[in-house]
Design a protein around this ligand. Structure first.
Ligand code: TXA
Ligand code: MG
Length: 539
């Protein structure tokens, strides 16, 4: 623990910040994008302290901040023509340019790459502090790794108190999202991270540029990131974020009855929703949204909700940076409320949820997605998931014929809470994204409702993606008889299976609609409850 000095933006405190930086300290500084955690860029040992304070992965290089072109010459070995053009137009400002690094830049800054990202910030305090320090400053965003970037001094205090030597308060950051990162070291200029300067603005100087695939899509397992920072989970509040595409009316109907949830929505929408909300600027006003996004993500945690449903922003101009950050906060989970309604279908073993699924698909033309089947598919022979699981739970979970030994995996994974969590953290995101891809396909086929059928729908939190959830139940004695008959197993074995799941009461308490699948209830009348509910969602 160090004692963190709180500094103001005045000449005395700027001089003090400069002195701390020259003396090998790390300082939280304001910039026009987000606050940075700065150190002398030529001093590897001090830069290492930044990684420690943030808990930052060792392979994620830092941006070097300069106050003039003379400093640029100190940090790069060569300034490409295009860099002069970009600097002329956008510096000082929210643009980082990747160039070949000079020998003065230590490995701690570049993480072993032979390039360095350079940026001249426009915030007056940032420029004054760099001048006072007399050296270029390496500075990542001043948040704990994985958390939303800080846009006020208070955010930096929350994350870096006791870690940074000082924090200088320069007010709230204008832009609110980080700088645009563009690389000039390849054949063609390439956008690695969208930010305060838009693609349209870059192209007005450079002509057409390449957009790295990691900007809008998730890297597939093993794919190398051009910008190491893009591969990490980022900007995440503790609650789960889900991006919701579609009209406001459909959004409103979708979130209306959601428990323990909040909405991230546009100005003027919140009051109409009936759930807690944070407004992040007017619809179509990307600059306002950029300015408010990170603050909103931080606020979500203070609200104590478990899920946040975010309206989908525009993706042009600075909007590309907003959606890029939001996608990462949401771990790329996007649902479309204008598409087929997702109905979560579950129920304990023996309750007959397949009967209900069959009834709904045959009578009402609903599509059906079996998540348990997807789970099997993703763990097939030679699949990346299978290898990932073997790394965690032991090579011997793969049998000599290359297939998964389900029993062995289950005995290892479910032995501890930690193991179960590891297993789920590997499989659930992939199951979710595969299921959502199928929903998209069914929407294109013109389906209006999709049954998302999963035994562990609540445990896996797949229920959060659903318009509503349906639980099929039957008395335990009835279920016992059905299982024994269906699978020709003993009473003990059947009981064992039943006891491994939530109880009837637990299922029913979590469901939006309960279907009684046993006499004297009439299955037709029972399933009609689902159709009625669907009409509320899709009138
Ligand atoms: O607006 C900003 O850029 C803020 C303020 C403080 O200036 N800084 C910032 O730094 O966002 P950070 O460390 O949070 O993000 C830097 C990003 C990371 O995604 C990193 O991988 C990438 O820039 N980066 C840095 N040097 C790179 C290099 N040589 N090649 C490729 N990517 C690089
Ligand atoms: Mg960052």
């Amino acid at each position: 623990m160090v004692e963190t000095k709180l500094l103001k933006y005045n000449s005395n405190d700027v001089a003090a910040a400069g002195e701390i930086l020259r003396g090998g300290g790390i300082v939280g500084i304001p910039t026009e994008t987000v606050y940075g955690l700065a150190a002398n860029a030529f001093d590897g040992a001090t830069v290492a302290k930044i990684f420690k304070a943030k808990g930052r992965p060792q392979d994620n290089p830092l941006i070097v901040h300069v106050c003039d072109m003379a400093q640029v010459e100190q940090v790069v070995s060569f300034i490409p023509e295009a860099a002069f053009a970009l600097a002329e137009r956008f510096w000082p400002g929210p643009l980082s340019i990747i160039m070949p690094k000079s020998s003065r830049i230590p490995d701690e800054v570049s993480c072993g790459l032979d390039t360095v990202a350079v940026r001249m910030p426009s915030h007056k305090a940032a420029l004054d502090i760099i001048r006072a320090a007399g050296v270029p400053l390496a500075a990542p965003s001043a948040n704990l790794s994985g958390s939303p970037s800080p846009t006020t001094a208070q955010h930096v205090i929350d994350d870096m108190s006791g870690k940074a030597d000082a924090i200088l308060d320069g007010g709230s950051c204008d832009v609110g999202v980080e700088s645009t990162v563009v690389s000039l070291v390849g054949d063609k200029p390439r956008l690695l991270r969208p930010g305060g300067i838009s693609v349209e603005q870059l192209e007005s100087v450079l002509g057409e540029i390449e957009i790295d695939s990691a900007v809008l899509a998730e890297l597939s397992p093993g794919q190398k990131a051009a910008s190491p920072g893009m591969k990490y989970k980022h900007y995440s509040p503790k609650c789960r974020v889900i991006i919701v595409k579609g009209s406001f009316d459909n959004f409103r109907r979708f979130v209306k009855n959601k428990k323990k949830s909040a909405a991230l929505c546009f100005d003027g929408e919140g009051e109409k929703l009936g759930i807690p909300f944070i407004e992040i600027g007017r619809e179509h006003d990307s600059s306002a949204q950029a300015h408010l996004l990170f603050e909103a993500l931080r606020e979500l945690d203070a609200m104590g909700v478990s899920t946040a449903y975010a309206r989908c922003p525009d993706t042009d101009g600075v909007g590309l940076a907003v959606i890029n950050r939001l996608l990462r906060a949401a771990a790329f989970t996007v649902i479309d409320v204008d598409g087929a309604a997702i109905i979560g279908l579950t129920g304990p073993t023996g309750s007959g949820k397949s009967t209900v699924a069959k009834y709904l698909t045959e009578k009402y033309g609903a599509a059906h997605i079996d998540c348990d089947l997807i789970a099997r598919e993703i763990m097939q022979k030679n699949s990346p998931v299978l290898f990932q699981l073997a790394e965690v739970f032991g090579e011997d979970i793969i049998k000599p014929d290359g297939e998964l030994d389900r029993g062995l995996l289950a005995s290892r994974a479910f032995a501890t809470k930690e193991g179960t969590k590891r297993l789920n953290s590997i499989t659930h995101p992939i199951i979710t994204s595969k299921a959502l891809a199928k929903v998209k396909d069914f929407t294109l086929e013109g389906k209006t409702a999709v049954l998302l059928d999963a035994a562990a729908i609540f445990e896996s939190k797949i229920d959060k993606l659903c318009a509503f959830t349906v639980v099929v139940t039957a008395p335990e004695e009835t279920r016992l008889d059905r299982i024994m008959f269906r699978d020709s197993i003993s009473r003990e074995k059947a009981l064992q299976r039943m006891n491994a799941q939530l109880s009837n009461a637990e299922y029913e308490a979590k469901a939006d609609v309960v279907i009684h699948n046993y006499a004297p209830f009439d299955l037709g009348a029972e399933t009609h409850k689902i159709i009625d509910r669907l009409k509320e969602i899709k009138p």
